[in-house]
Design a protein around this ligand. Sequence first.
Ligand SMILES: O=C[C@H](O)[C@H](O)[C@H](O)COP(=O)(O)O
Length: 466
Amino acid sequence: MNTQPFVLILLSAAQRLRLNDGTEVTTGFWAEELVVPWQILRKAGWRLQVVTPGGVPPLIDPESLDPSTLGGDHSRAAYLCDAVRQITGLRTPLDLDALTGKDLDTLIGVFIPGGNGPLMDLCQAPGVDRLLRHCVAAAKPIATLCHGTAALLATGGGADRSPFCGQRVTCFSAAEESATPLAGRWPYTLEKRLRQEGFRVSTGAPWQSHIATDNFILSGQNPASAATLTHVFIERLTSTPTYKGNNMNADALKKMAAEAALRYIQPGMVVGVGTGSTTNFFIAALGAAKIHVDGYVASSIATENRLKAQGLNVLDLNATGDIPVYVDGADEADPHFRLIKGGGGALTREKIVASAARLFICIADVSKDKPMLGKFPLPVEVIPFARSFVARQLVKLGGSPTLRNGVTTDNGNVILDVTGLDLSDPLRMEESINAIPGVLDNGIFAHRRADVMLFGSADGVIERKA
Ligand SMILES: O=C[C@H](O)[C@H](O)[C@H](O)COP(=O)(O)O
């Protein structure tokens, strides 16, 4: 098995749901509860591995693709059907019981989608008990969705109390169960069983998104909770010690994007070079590629030093005139190629070199690809004399500025990181902030957007051109 960190997607292998009246119906996983997290996690660059008890290929619960279950939405049903078909790992899942100690060490979190199948097998599989106890001991996050929360029952019973006892969780609620065609015939009421086992169960309004979070367990109530739960899971994944110690995932994607930018570099060019961890991979790639360019313009002292350490020729922007190409990273990028930059404090010189360039190639791991800008705190470079005055003006613009402690930029200034700004019109906000006396520049790159985005993703490099 590949030794790169991965997120384990645990699915039920049950094919029949035994009801309390002795009859049986076909069961499996709920399509939407696999497709939504799968797509979000893949887009964020995570490697995913499907695992089932016995390595049995899981079944889709046919109900979950029935348009009548999806509010009569036939196109949604067709979309989900197609999306499930594209998840090739479903045909060859790993066997939960055959996971080695090395496999457990390599996984960084577990996501358990619902469907009714988990009520049959995951709730009592010894392999689930072993897996979840490993996660608790190693501080790795677990997310359970809808009836996927039944998997937690596998850790209870006997002398060995469940490590999750007393934890706050949610699941498909009793109210929701009683509003389905299986009302009154469910094998057991999951909400009730969890309470009996000592879980603190919280449920929200039927069919509305509701999640519960506790130490290492994050749970979502129903299909509507899938996206929110996945985003919270990703936040938890990226803050676990396991991920931080093994940060190969993001780094591998940054490197992939950085190396893809080499194809834009031609002999005889002057090349502008940005700043940051992604750009550092680009500098390393330049050093190895030995392309006979005229020289490089650095956007920071750190980059200048790195270029020189690779034996590369650094030029003064005042001596080059306009430059053909600039390559740099970003903290966020929106679909219109507008960026937030400056997480490393280099925004002003970066914007100057980017503006002097005819082509701006932005390289990033795919987690920086956002529907809109604004989650990343906006860096603003401020002349120290004007710090408090500028902070007050930023508050008037709707922001909450925080001084970046102990940081002096290459230009001798301070950085205010601003949260809470409305960046729905990035161009206007870039102008408004730069109009405050004492601001040198801010990290919105809307006037000088990127021309090409290269995102490193689990599916290879995604290239977009403006
Ligand atoms: O000041 C730093 C730059 O704007 C960086 O390009 C940006 O913060 C992205 O950095 P990284 O490549 O380390 O994520």
